[in-house]
Design a protein around this ligand. Structure first.
Ligand code: ZN
Ligand code: MN
Length: 488
């Protein structure tokens, strides 16, 4: 396949792509869905198991309260219609990681119907409609050992709760799929229902994809790519698959309905098996669990407690708070940073300087400690004191960086640290004037240049004064004094 096609196979193409996603999100409940085993990643294999999740004969499931409230938050945040009555069904198939021989899932009466997720794509507000969101249990995990004729099965994950989010075929490019998914992940993080750690498989995605002549209304045969667990792979797999299908059609061949696997090492998709039809699963109602009903009041209560969604936050930041799009977006993508920013702005409404200090200095401190901003344990009020000290000219922004670290390590106030380290900015006019005059006398060349109208030389002279004062002079004032003296 030629590399040119590969980058954006739809560019200058006579075809368009039609794609829908199925996203599995692992809920971070403390216990599994239908038993009291711990729901935790990374434990020794087969240690978080019991007769229920091992599927022993006679063991009966019982529903976990947390596993019905958490998904409701997700379902309402995605704008789904919540049925007053929802039930569980058995999806029957055989696989070694599924000890019961069926998965408890939801078939005809899922938790949420419809819905729509909105996000920004290249600066424009875009949306993808949802078909449904249902709740189901996860299967275990098979591990294949290279070079040995055995497979291992770890059932720690068996019976942990999953949300399956199914979209309408509204997606027409790899970029759009990526933007949708990144935003969906952010919504789940904002809701606190999942850690969405893709490497650990807490967010996995299946992609359905077909192509058709541009402008056509009908759907053509699609293929499905299973279990993609990185944004990068999803975008690459989609582009590969679109290009593959275009090539097939150009050669007059047909796309086969099948399940394919993406191989990131070779960057290609390969046929895995023929696609099963729904009737292959012999769905029937789960007789061991009672249906779930919701009182309208309960739904309203959950709805009223939903957090502000990422897209609304972004609009508030760029609108009401007048942030530029780039810093606003960086804040929204980091939930902890956004929450911290909001607390700071409530105390000190200079949104731009607060955002700037969070995104640069504070994030740097957090990154170097490999933690999120909330784990730094910094009170918004103290942080704001530092930003204010810079804005008020008490400390230069350069020197303020030196104040931040002691702030994180001690309880001392910003003012105390500034005076202990002797970092006060020199704003006293007579002291500054003295320094300026000294520098002007030492640099007659640049002084001539400034008189001749060269603006850059002013910066040079300011720089010299900063150097003389070891960064403590107020650069704005210095520039003012230089201008005053040289224009006289
Ligand atoms: Zn169990
Ligand atoms: Mn599923």
């Amino acid at each position: 396949m030629c590399a040119e096609n590969y980058l954006d196979p739809l560019q200058n193409s006579a075809y368009e792509a039609v794609s829908g996603l199925e996203v599995h999100v692992q809920l971070n409940t403390s216990t599994k869905m239908f038993c009291r085993c711990e729901n935790r990643f990374g434990a020794e294999p087969n240690t978080n198991v019991c007769p229920v999740c091992l599927g022993w004969p006679g063991a009966l499931p019982y529903a976990n309260r947390q596993a019905s409230e958490q998904p409701l938050r997700a379902v309402l945040a995605c704008g789904c219609e919540v049925g007053e009555f929802t039930k569980f069904d058995r999806k029957n198939y055989y696989y070694p990681d599924l000890p019961k021989g069926y998965q408890i899932s939801q078939y005809d009466q899922p938790l949420g119907l419809g819905g729509r997720v909105e996000f920004f794509l290249e600066g424009e507000r875009a949306g993808v409609r949802l078909t449904r969101i249902h709740l189901e249990e996860d299967a275990g995990k098979n591990t294949h050992v290279g070079g040995r004729p055995v497979s291992f099965v770890d059932l720690n994950r068996a019976g942990t709760p999953l949300l399956e989010i199914v979209t309408e075929p509204d997606i027409s490019s790899a970029a759009q799929a990526g933007a949708f998914l990144r935003n969906l992940r952010l919504i789940m993080l904002y809701l606190g229902v999942s850690d969405c750690n893709m490497e650990e498989g807490s967010l996995r995605c299946d992609v359905n994809i077909s192509i058709r002549p541009k402008g056509a209304e009908h759907l053509e045969t699609r293929s499905e790519i299973k279990n993609l667990n990185s944004f990068n792979f999803i975008e690459k797999a989609l582009n590969y698959e679109i290009a593959r299908q275009i090539e097939l059609k150009e050669r007059g061949e047909e796309v086969v309905q099948e399940t394919r696997l993406y191989d990131p090492d070779r960057d290609e998709t390969r046929s895995m098996r023929g696609k099963e039809a729904e009737h292959d699963y012999r769905y029937f109602p789960e007789p061991d669990l009672t249906p779930v009903t919701f009182a309208p009041g309960q739904l309203e209560e959950i709805r009223s407690e939903l957090p502000e969604l990422p897209i609304d936050r972004l609009q508030r930041y760029t609108g009401e708070l007048e942030l530029e799009e780039y810093p606003a977006d960086l804040l929204v993508r980091d939930h902890e940073a956004a929450v911290f920013f909001d607390s700071c702005v409530k105390i000190y409404p200079q949104a731009r300087s607060v955002a700037n200090w969070i995104l640069n200095s504070l994030k740097e401190e957090a990154n170097s400690r490999k933690v999120g901003i909330s784990s730094l344990g910094l009170e918004p009020g103290r942080f704001v004191d530092l930003v204010k000290a810079v804005d008020d000219g008490i400390v230069s922004s350069q020197k303020a960086r030196d104040v931040l670290e002691p702030m994180l390590e001690t309880d001392k106030s910003v003012a105390e640290i500034i005076s202990e380290l002797g970092l006060e900015q020199i704003s006293d006019d007579s002291m500054l004037r003295e320094q300026v005059e000294k520098v002007l006398a030492e640099h007659p060349g640049p002084v001539e240049d400034v008189r001749a109208g060269k603006k850059n030389s002013v910066n040079f002279l300011v720089g010299q004064v900063m150097k003389e004062t070891r960064g403590k002079a107020n650069p704005g004032k210095v520039a003012g004094i230089i201008g005053e003296i040289l224009s006289a």
